[in-house]
Design a protein around this ligand. Structure first.
Ligand code: NAD
Length: 448
């Protein structure tokens, strides 16, 4: 590990990663790598998570290709030094901001979208001219192995390397002289990463989790709200950081909304989702048992079937008030949707405010003032009005959390900026001097 870090630091110092041509070439190479390895990637995602080809391609590979295209389209412009104005005191000088890569970036990834969330930050770090060590999640070992194999085949280790392993390996990596850490994972581990990085003043981005609400008001288009909530919640079997964690619905429309939700679950996943080959499984025994415990201790309104053989849990609706206590506090990260009711938007807002600031928030309702009321009275990472998840698929919208759900943003230009240090320069004239600033200033403002 020490040798790898030394090698990458030296390579960075030699300046190989800086030019536009180099970055462009590497991004194109990266895209080719994804094309060449498409089949092994799809197989690995099926093996580790039972992801269907559709979910694997749409949620992992396509997102990465879009991110590469976005960087390729704009980096030439983003890399340019940015000229800025100067006050009268700076007369004669040129003032500009250089876009400097940080150096060696460590990317630590989670298991839920093990390809996308490993490689999207890597793409940003390449575009910004850094060298990269990627530490994928040990919870999805097949994807981790494919990542190592393809990166090894396409890139030199002094430029991009994959180091596999779990907690201990991450801890060792965090002891290295890194220039930037990009972490995606749980809030509890994020706090540890921040503590380690802060002791050596290493800058970090933390993409964390939390409890993201979906609020449905009485003027919502109910069948569409239901359809989009079912899609956002049960894609990847609820193992999505921005999935609606719980549902807040106006008490007058609860029954109608739930009837629509049930029919969309059946339409998307059939009568027996746990036997549907296209429905994603729970990633491992630990999470399967955790979710089963929640299910058993809650009042089930719909669903509730589990299948020990393939570790699948049916999309299930739970009564919020009579659900497992732990489920009310913890991020659920599975296909269980507790439902709570509210009588006024103020009440819904105070229910959300009672919990840490969420990563995402989804509001369903037609009234523009009420939409504005929700988006301005609550603090959350980002979200949608009348939809779920879609905000993350727009490269022009920076993505990230706030408070317990994270620090920093990425995607598109925000990715380039995350991995770029903005270095401010005053380039002073030597044709004359500013007399007024010196302690012995006697005559005039300037002299030659
Ligand atoms: P995790 O925090 O358990 O693990 C993330 C990474 O940290 C893994 O690579 C793991 O090996 C490493 N790790 C685990 N324990 C560690 C420790 N004690 N010290 C150092 N490193 C350690 O998260 P996870 O279970 O892989 O992922 C699920 C979590 O990630 C959820 O909370 C989810 O909301 C969040 N998440 C957030 C985003 C986002 O973009 N904001 C995206 C996906 C997942």
């Amino acid at each position: 590990m020490e040798n790898l870090v030394k090698l990458q630091k030296q390579w960075f110092e030699e300046g190989h990663t800086r030019s536009y041509d180099f970055r462009r070439k590497q991004l194109k190479r990266f895209k080719q790598m994804l094309i060449t390895f498409e089949k092994p990637i799809l197989r690995a995602l099926r093996y580790d998570l039972s992801k269907s080809e559709y979910e694997a391609y749409a949620g992992e590979i396509a997102v990465l290709k879009n991110e590469i295209n976005e960087q390729l389209k704009h980096i030439k412009q983003w890399m340019k030094p940015e000229k800025v104005k100067a006050p009268f005191t700076h007369i004669g000088s040129r003032n500009y901001i250089l876009k400097d890569p940080y150096g060696l970036v460590l990317v630590i990834a989670p298991w839920n979208y093990p390809l996308q969330l490993s490689l999207a930050p890597v793409i940003g770090a390449i575009a910004a001219g850094n060298t990269i060590i990627l530490k994928p999640s040990e919870v999805t070992p097949t994807v981790s192995w494919v990542l190592k194999k393809m990166i090894n085949q396409y890139f030199k280790e002094e430029y991009i390397a994959v180091v596999e392993g779990g907690k201990e390996v991450t801890e060792q990596l965090m002891m290295q002289p890194l220039d930037y850490v990009f972490f995606t994972g749980s809030t509890s581990v994020g706090k540890k990463i921040l503590a380690q990085a802060s002791s050596r003043l290493i800058p970090v981005t933390l993409e964390l989790g939390g409890k993201s609400p979906a609020i449905v008001h009485k003027d919502a288009v109910l069948h569409l709200a239901a359809k989009r909530i079912v899609w956002g919640k049960f894609t990847n079997a609820g193992q999505t950081c921005i999935a609606p964690d719980y549902l807040l619905v106006h008490h007058t429309i609860k029954n109608e909304l739930l009837a629509h939700i049930k029919s969309y679950i059946q339409m998307f996943y059939g009568d027996q989702p746990v036997k549907n080959g296209k429905y994603v499984k729970i990633v491992n025994d630990h999470h399967y048992k955790r979710l089963k415990k929640h299910l058993i201790a809650s009042e089930i309104i719909y669903g509730g079937e589990v299948h020990d053989g393939n570790q699948k849990i049916e999309p299930s609706i739970l009564d919020g008030l009579n659900s497992h206590e732990a489920l009310k506090e913890e991020e659920i990260f599975g296909p269980l949707l507790p439902v709570f009711t509210f009588s006024s938007l103020e009440e819904a807002v105070s229910m959300v405010k009672a919990k840490p600031k969420p990563l995402a928030l989804y509001y369903f309702g037609e009234n523009k003032e009420e939409q504005m009321f929700i988006t301005t009275s609550l603090s959350f990472g980002g979200g949608c009005i009348n939809d779920t998840l879609y905000h993350t698929l727009n490269p022009h919208l920076p993505f990230g959390g706030i408070g317990e759900s994270g620090i920093g943003m990425y995607h598109g230009q925000a990715s380039f900026e995350t991995f770029t240090h903005t270095k401010s320069i005053t380039n002073q004239s030597t044709k004359f001097d500013h007399r007024f600033r010196y302690p012995d200033s006697k005559t005039g403002l300037f002299f030659i």
